[in-house]
Design a protein around this ligand. Structure first.
Ligand SMILES: *Cc1c(COP(=O)(O)O)cnc(C)c1O
Length: 408
């Protein structure tokens, strides 16, 4: 039986290779950090790992190997063991899970929070629990795959607006008035990423909240690429735009700035969180977060609360990289986020530059169609508070060298 399927799958895999979109993984043999050792790619012997400067992790605050997080995780291993071996509602709720939920609520300024195994799961649970066939979900076209999948699980009317295009969002809000035989949708929600990860652009949350008010819609923001560092206290893009209390539903991850291990959440109005606890399928049917992750994430929130130093370092690093790259004549997408795309337009060129960067000891990733539009191939650089000024100069020099090599 499998013989035939084996052949089919091998053909499909070969087609992915032929299209040049086969993703070979490099193996990192050190803790995740600004400096790592990584194998050259593919399934490699780990003894071949070489030191590289890492500019493609979501380790925005440099907490992935922070001694205080490691200490907290070890303490939790000693005091609470390795795993919960249960979903939350049977026997998987620890007092520290409840504490982390309280701490996220306090941090974001929401009434309540519910933890998930990942933000992918949070987004997989939030829509189905809250929106049915009388409802409308209006989603930005560049939203994360997990939002798209979560929305697909509903029977709601699904509308998509052009990226951050407020005129198009307005048109889609108008369209919802026709639903339910002209009675309009029972509930309408506008769904957006806080930060669009391929561009580093922020969603215009102030304008989105204005439109939501005008049309009586809810607002859901997935702030995975911003929680912990955007905004005055690091509470994310809603804080950055001064609309924290106008966003009804926040989703996000602990797997990026807040330590980078895993875990996600939905935060917001009390009844919304209560409903998710009763009905969200990834919450009801998937295991509770490991105690060590819970404890270290609480410590990550402590660090963010205690000091703005890491956030400041991150934005100083981003500004330095922008300034130096502009001086060297590279085209960057404008912005204020630590995701900084260096534009090469041509897909093959971007790929070759990324390979040359690695030869020069810098780990960055090229993105081309279909991940970004045709003709907009780029290398996405991600800054971290853990980078030093020397690290940044080294990546700039590697870009210069790689570009020169292309021209000769
Ligand atoms: C990274 C990311 C996720 C996935 O988060 P996980 O916790 O790793 O599942 C979801 N949404 C957005 C916008 C992200 O950037």
């Amino acid at each position: 039986m499998y013989t035939e399927i084996k052949q089919q799958l091998n053909d499909e895999l070969q087609a992915i290779r032929d299209a040049g979109t086969f993703k070979a993984e490099r193996a990192i043999t050190t803790p995740q950090s600004s400096h790592v050792k990584a194998t050259p790619g593919g399934v490699e012997d780990s003894s071949k790992a070489e030191p590289v400067l890492n500019f493609c992790a979501n380790n925005y605050l440099g907490l992935a190997d922070h001694p205080k997080l490691i200490e907290a995780a070890k303490r939790a291993l000693d005091e609470r063991g390795f795993g919960m071996a249960s979903v939350r509602f049977i026997c998987g709720t620890g007092d520290r899970h409840l504490e982390l939920e309280r701490r996220v609520s306090e941090f974001l300024g929401t009434e309540d929070t519910i933890l998930f195994a990942s933000c992918f799961d949070a987004n997989g649970g939030v829509f189905q629990s809250l929106f049915g066939k009388e409802d409308a979900i209006i989603s930005d076209e560049l939203n994360h795959a997990s939002l798209i999948d979560g929305i697909r699980l509903t029977k709601s009317a699904r509308l998509r607006y052009r990226n951050a295009d407020m005129a198009d969002l307005r048109a889609k809000l108008e369209e919802t008035k026709q639903l339910n035989d002209g009675k309009g949708a029972r509930r309408t929600v506008i769904v957006t990423d806080g930060v669009f990860s391929m561009d580093g652009y922020l969603a215009p949350l102030d304008e989105i909240c204005d439109l939501a008010d005008e049309f009586g819609a809810l607002v859901l923001v997935d702030d995975s690429h911003a929680v912990g560092f955007m905004g005055e206290t690091g509470a994310g893009t809603p804080e950055h735009f001064g609309v924290s209390d106008r966003v009804d539903i926040y989703t996000g991850t602990f797997g990026k700035a807040l330590g980078g291990a895993s875990g996600g959440y939905v935060a917001g109005r009390k009844e919304i969180v209560e409903m998710l606890r009763q009905t969200a399928r990834p919450y009801l049917f998937s295991n509770s977060l490991a105690p060590s992750i819970v404890e270290a994430t609480i410590t990550a929130l402590d660090l963010v609360k205690e000091s703005s130093e890491l956030r400041q370092q991150l934005f100083d690093n981003a500004a330095l990289f922008r300034r130096r790259m502009s001086e060297e004549g590279f085209e960057l997408l404008e912005g204020e986020h630590a995701i900084i795309p260096v534009m090469f337009h041509d897909a093959a060129l971007a790929g070759r530059i990324a390979d040359r960067m690695l030869e020069n000891g810098v780990y960055v990733t090229a993105f081309s169609f279909p991940v970004v539009p045709r003709g907009e191939a780029r290398i996405r650089v991600q800054l971290s508070a853990a980078h030093s000024a020397q690290d940044i100069e080294k990546v700039v020099q590697a870009f210069v060298k790689s570009r020169d090599a292309e021209q000769h």
